[in-house]
Design a binder for this molecule. Sequence first.
Ligand code: SF4
Length: 668
Amino acid sequence: LKIFLADNAGFCFGVKQAMNKALSAITEKENENIFTYGPLIHNRQVIQKLEQKGLRAIENLEDAAGNTVIVRSHGVPLEFYEDAKRLNISVVDATCPFVRKVQNIARTYHDKGYCIVIVGNPDHPEVIGINGWCNNEAYIVQTESDIDKIDGCEKVCAVAQTTITLDLWDKIIKQLRQRTKILKEFNTICTATSERQISCAEIAKRVDAMIVIGGYHSSNTQKLVQISQKYCKNTYHIESVDELPIECIRDLSKIGVTAGASTPDWIIKEVIHKMSNLEQQKNENEMMDMMEEIENSFKVPRKGDVLKGKVIQVTDNEIMVNLGYKSDGIIPKEEISSDPSTNPRDIVQEGDEIEVYVLKTDDGEGNILLSKKKIDREKDWDLLERIFKSSEQKSVTVKVTEAVKGGVTAMFNEIKGFIPASQLSDSYVENLGKFVGQFLEVKVIDFNQAKRRVVFSRRAVLEEEKEKKKQLLWESMEKGKVFDGEVKRITDFGAFVDIGGVDGLIHISDLSWGKIKHPTEVVQVGDKVQTVVLDFDKERNRISLGLKQTMPEPWETVEEKYHVGEIREGKVVNLVDFGAFVELEPGIDGLVHISQIAHRHIAKASEVLSIGQTVKVKILDVDKEARRISLSIKEALEEPNAETEKDLKEFHEDEPITIGDILHSKKE
Ligand code: SF4
């Protein structure tokens, strides 16, 4: 890295003088208040140092009444001195002699009746000061268009703000010459400024980057930045060494440095020093890298080393790795993965960085024999241990590889684990072999890296899923909700149905609209049924379900289905003193009055009927409101003849006779 420092960079003569005067005043008037009228120079770091020495800037002269005020190098309007006198202020005048010269020209020619034109920035304190030496009547021209403001002036005296560019001065003077009869031109541009600008441009043309040091509010520094940018796109404006753009310039070979008129030498030195160190550091780093490379090329890795390398070739059978040693490394297919179906090309690409384990320093052909799966295995052990120890144990995916005694073996990447038969499912597993080849979600339930033992459980995952399902089911539970379920267990009082992780009970009375003696008359274990929630108690984990409620209530449609005079078949379900009840369908029982059972007189229904017997009945009456149907067996029968009556009687004496038997015998 070469550093080029521009000529005339930093403090100009005027600024140096102002600084010296200020420091002398501070020393001489140790116990007095000393102020500057506006900041002494446009440099934050310098101002901070002066403030630490007790020098403060004021904007209003009244604030310094009775004390000492330093006039900075920009100068001040003439009336300042009268005001200072009135306020009993002791003035230390540090106006730059070049500025004072401009002020004097302005006053002299103003007194001679000339219109004064100041080419410069109307807001700059130097221009405001000069204007104050010609009764504040000067025309201030910053651009060519400002010239139009000059009106009725036969005699013009033009002066320049000391820091403007020569280019601007020439343009304005050219115009003034054309428009003015008598023109007195005083090019008062300070040579320090123009020389600094010229040397800045020259250096900017031949470097990779320019560093311009100076206050962000310093107008002469800003102009240096503009000039530099014209010739060098990598121009950086900084105020102090801390802002040096290290990353942008680190790898460049030529850097130029210049600084504004308010930049002290010590800041310039700091910047150059830091860049020189950078160069030294860069050289040292390069040297170190080179040395390491040379050293590595002579070194041979040791068996068991874990190294990083770059993949230089991948085939179907191996991966070749550059480890930075004189020999390259080879990972054969069997050391890439335990899964023989793995293709090396699916694992890495050329150019990838890879971590490897050294198995042998020479595989017989001069190459270093490496293993990837050994590294992966260690990583997998670490991962499993983290999972096993974490409070929210995550599940992992394993591939079942073999059925063995008491369970199956399963691979988690490169690690072989065991799943006991009891942990393969949440129910009994008879055929372990059916799991071989399957990918299963499992939890780690036992882990011992030292003994290389890991036990997985699929059952834990299934139970967790079940629990989640159960939670969701309970959250959505409401009376009247219909669930599909499966009959799991049957007792005398009802059937237990799994409706998705939770069992509910269908009481025997809610299984059917008809009368049943046992739930098995309606459902069997394993039946898929649709049920409705009748009631539930989350605290006690109880759900009452209804099966019959999912079907229409039979009495609702009784009038449409059963008409008076029709002959139907039914089943005797109860015998009472006054007759028999016959079930036409579950939930619809009709009464056959004893007088309607047979054509002959019987004292009890049981004389001719028995429970469970199927009979033909005639519908005599249907009363939906009263939920009553009157039936007649005898009217469903033909009028018996005397012989039949006799046969019936005899037959009945031997064994209980049924209407079915009667009908059967009649047919025969
Ligand atoms: S730039 Fe020139 S005129 Fe301005 S203070 Fe410095 S020496 Fe004086």
